[in-house]
Design a protein around this ligand. Structure first.
Ligand SMILES: Cc1cc2nc3c(=O)[nH]c(=O)nc-3n(C[C@H](O)[C@H](O)[C@H](O)COP(=O)(O)O)c2cc1C
Length: 239
């Protein structure tokens, strides 16, 4: 674990927190990065890394993405707009997608997949690699990966379930791109995540703080194998 912390911090030093995909031109220019903020970011990363316990890592290896084909299909059925509820999700390897589909079935909701403009391949998702795209993105809090298909009209809904995998203890940066691009005013927002074993932690709270409005509930980590009746129980507990 220490080796991992050291490696990630070393990668942060090499990249200077500036990289976020190939076309990043975000506000965090290297010249603006003070020693103080570097120290704060290193502390945050160390905390996140600590969340990846040894047990989590072995779990992780079981669920670690091997394939990436799931993200190629956009399951956007928003055009029909028949429901009060929408399930919006990002899923790199299909786990969150399956849970999102079960939630949509249970709640009779529309469903919308957030698709990255530049899909994540296996190398991008390699969290063992200090220089992988996801490691670089998650080291940069200002990183906002572009969304390919952000056509969902949230104003048509009163309840939004928002789902994502946990990456380094947090929501993937593309979720920040999404929540900053929409108004959640007047809506109930329910974050959910899947993960190797990390809890939802502050990821929902972080997204709430970046979003425009909305009544954000605490949210929950849902097991990949959660059944529809367990989802129903979870929803009932929230009401
Ligand atoms: C870059 C990366 C970082 C990850 N970080 C964590 C983590 O901090 N804690 C954890 O339990 N699982 C972590 N995981 C595992 C994913 O959260 C888990 O496999 C998730 O269910 C994948 O969802 P998806 O198939 O919808 O993409 C990570 C996976 C990747 C690719």
């Amino acid at each position: 674990m220490k080796k991992m912390v050291f490696s990630v911090i070393a990668a942060m030093c090499v990249f200077g927190f500036t990289a976020c995909g190939s076309d990043n031109s975000s506000s965090s220019a290297p010249s603006e990065t003070t020693a103080q903020t570097e120290a704060a970011q290193q502390e945050t990363l160390t905390e996140k890394t600590d969340e990846m316990t040894e047990a989590e890592q072995s779990d992780e290896e079981k669920t670690e993405p091997k394939k990436n084909e799931e993200q190629s299909q956009n399951t956007n059925v928003n055009e029909s707009k028949t429901a009060d509820t929408v399930v919006v999700y990002f899923s790199a390897t299909g786990t969150t997608k399956e849970v999102a589909e079960r939630i949509a079935n249970v709640t009779d909701a529309d469903i919308f997949e957030i698709t990255p403009a530049e899909p994540y391949d296996d190398a991008d998702l390699d969290w063992h690699d200090d220089n992988s795209r996801t490691t670089i993105e998650m080291n940069d809090p200002d990183c906002r990966p572009e969304i390919a298909n952000d056509t969902v009209q949230l104003e048509d809904y009163s309840t939004v379930y928002i789902g994502y995998p946990i990456w380094w203890g947090d929501a993937p940066r593309i979720m920040s791109t999404f929540v900053e691009s929409h108004s959640f005013e007047g809506m109930t927002v329910i974050p959910f995540c899947t993960s190797g074993s990390s809890p939802i932690g502050k990821s929902g709270e972080n997204l709430a703080s970046q979003a425009n409005g909305g009544n954000w509930l605490e949210g929950e980590r849902l097991d990949a194998s959660i059944s529809e009746s367990e989802i129903q129980d979870w929803i009932s507990e929230m009401n």
